[in-house]
Ligand binder design. Structure first.
Ligand code: AMP
Length: 535
């Protein structure tokens, strides 16, 4: 078969959106717009201004603020490779990529050997290029190169010593996957934003917003990116609507007002089954002591809890409280509660936040196990759930993060904020029947004949200027076909323009719902439609 014939037979690839991403289409997008418009109105009434920050930022910004040990940073970030502007850097990038995508089989001894050798050489060449400043790198780059070297050392010693161990295959796969992850990270200094708070704090510092009247109140809307396992209500590109209050005091009324703001927004949208949970997770004084106590208690029950919770005893014992594992619930209920271990200031602050919520008529439940996944939170934390969402029912999470701006190199600054998961908000509204139905056109112009075409174009312009949605068919159609088309598009009226109408100046308007027809002059028609729209 000739090359040409082979090409002809090759079916063009049918592209689909990447797993975890999706297209939002009309009429659903009308609901998205309504939600965002309502949000903008509510934010404005509480004195918030909009901030738009970049979709990608330095990886280190997220690692430092969200926490390097969190799932969001260590597993779920979309890292971006850098530009290469010299031969050595370009060569390293090419080798990195070839190693990342190399298929390595546990049964191919020589393949494994060359994988190990090439990574070893890659690491030493990378370090040499770093010292000559041919590639950009920071402390993080060196750490990752260290991890990479450890992984290949483990892989080679494993081959020698453990080749016959029962879990060899699993261990091999895991180590190769780690090598790939480190290869990915070594060259990635920026990442797609997994959330918004870090960027808002970065912007607050960068633009010296501490010199503005405090607190600074900002809101944002837009896509976030996390490489999570997709399921209902969980996507890899998802949308958040968030707000932050930075600077000024940490008065409990601020916490309460921020919560009141979200609840007002949800009320305006008529979101159903809204439940607000609040908690205080203490401060730098009292929380570490509680965490140690929790760790000690968890160690006592270590063999009764699952592997994820076991791991968290070391990395982040608070996260154990988040566990949804059925068998662990009874054990968790007996653990010491943070509420009993808050310092005086945190106890008072929490009590005052609750009083302020009562004052505003905001209904809440207390949930001592609400700890939130990100490292930067302190004192007030809250979460809101809504109906119709299954297991992923949190539509909003937020809390106070007083140390964060300082941690990012700014002045000591108080902070509190939240992020609403817009996809889930929309899903819940749709499930409870609050989604809009498809909107048809106001007027379909059914025209026939060259003279009528010019009149139709003019009529379309006049109607659109008056705010009506108009469909003007690009080519002539028989009236019967035109009326069928108008029906399919859900038009309310068909404006019929033929030779008779144009010469007499009396246009025919057909109401499609009941088939009735009436004649109007051009100015009368506009007036009539305006009146009808108001009804
Ligand atoms: P977080 O930034 O993790 O505190 O999340 C705040 C809110 O964003 C959550 O309550 C969810 O509603 C939403 N959210 C977080 N991750 C995802 C995701 N992968 N897909 C859809 N929504 C998400």
């Amino acid at each position: 078969m000739s090359e040409g014939a082979a090409k002809k037979e090759e079916k063009p690839r049918k592209f689909q959106a990447i797993r975890g991403t999706r297209d939002l289409l009309p009429p659903e997008t009308a609901l998205w717009n309504r939600v965002e418009q309502t949000g903008r109105e509510v934010f404005a009434t509480f004195g918030f201004g909009e901030i738009r920050f970049p979709i990608f930022e330095w990886t280190e910004l997220f690692a430092r603020s969200i926490g390097a040990d969190t799932d969001v940073v260590s597993k779920e970030m979309y890292l971006l490779a850098r530009q290469h502007d010299n031969e050595a850097s370009f060569d390293l990038a090419r080798r990195r990529e070839s190693l990342m995508f190399r298929a390595v089989s546990s049964s191919d001894k020589s393949g494994i050997d060359s994988f190990i050798q090439e990574i070893g050489k890659f690491c030493s060449d990378y370090e040499a290029a770093l010292s000559k400043e041919l590639v950009y790198g920071d402390v993080g780059t060196k750490v990752v190169l260290g991890y990479l070297k450890d992984s290949i050392a483990y892989l080679s010693s494993d081959i020698l010593q453990q080749a016959r161990a029962a879990d060899w295959q699993e261990r091999f796969d895991r180590t190769v996957a780690l090598c790939r992850q480190y290869l990915d990270m070594v060259d990635a200094t920026s990442a797609l934003r997994p959330e918004g708070t870090a960027s808002v704090c970065r912007a607050y510092i960068e633009h010296n917003m501490q010199q503005l009247p405090q607190p600074v109140k900002l809101y944002y809307m837009g896509p976030m990116f996390r490489r999570e396992r997709p399921q209902k209500g969980r996507y890899r590109q998802f949308y958040q609507i968030g707000a932050e209050v930075l600077g000024g005091s940490d008065a409990p009324a601020i916490d309460a007002e921020v919560i009141e703001l979200v609840m007002t927004f949800f009320e305006k949208l008529e979101l159903q089954g809204v439940q607000l949970s609040v908690n205080s997770i203490g401060c730098r004084e009292c929380r570490p002591k509680y965490v140690e106590l929790l760790r000690a208690e968890l160690l006592k029950v270590k063999d009764k809890i699952g592997p994820d919770s076991q791991r968290r005893i070391d990395t982040n014992p608070l996260r154990v409280l988040d566990s949804k594992v059925k068998e662990e619930q009874a054990i968790i209920e007996k653990l010491p509660r943070i509420g009993d271990h808050l310092c005086k200031e945190c106890t008072d602050h929490y009590a005052a936040v609750k009083r302020e919520l009562d004052l505003r008529g905001v209904k809440y439940r207390e949930n001592w196990r609400l700890v939130r996944g990100l490292d930067y939170y302190m004192r007030t934390t809250f979460e809101i759930t809504a109906q119709g969402l299954g297991s992923q029912d949190a539509v909003c999470g937020g809390g106070r993060y007083d140390g964060l701006v300082e941690l990012l190199g700014g002045p000591p600054t108080k902070g509190i904020g939240f992020a609403i998961g817009e996809d889930r908000l929309i899903l819940s509204l749709q499930e409870s029947g609050k989604a809009p139905v498809a909107q048809g056109r106001d007027v379909y112009i059914a025209w026939m004949g060259e003279i009528a075409r010019a009149t139709a174009v003019r009529a379309a312009k006049a109607l659109r200027n008056a705010g009506f949605s108009v469909e003007l068919p690009p080519v002539e159609q028989k009236f019967g076909k035109a009326l069928g088309q108008a029906d399919k598009l859900g038009a309310k009226y068909a404006l019929i323009l033929g030779d008779n109408e144009v010469t007499s100046g009396e246009w025919t308007l057909k109401t499609l719902a009941d088939g009735s027809q009436a004649k109007f002059t051009e100015p009368d028609l506009l007036e009539h439609l305006r009146k009808q729209k108001k009804l």
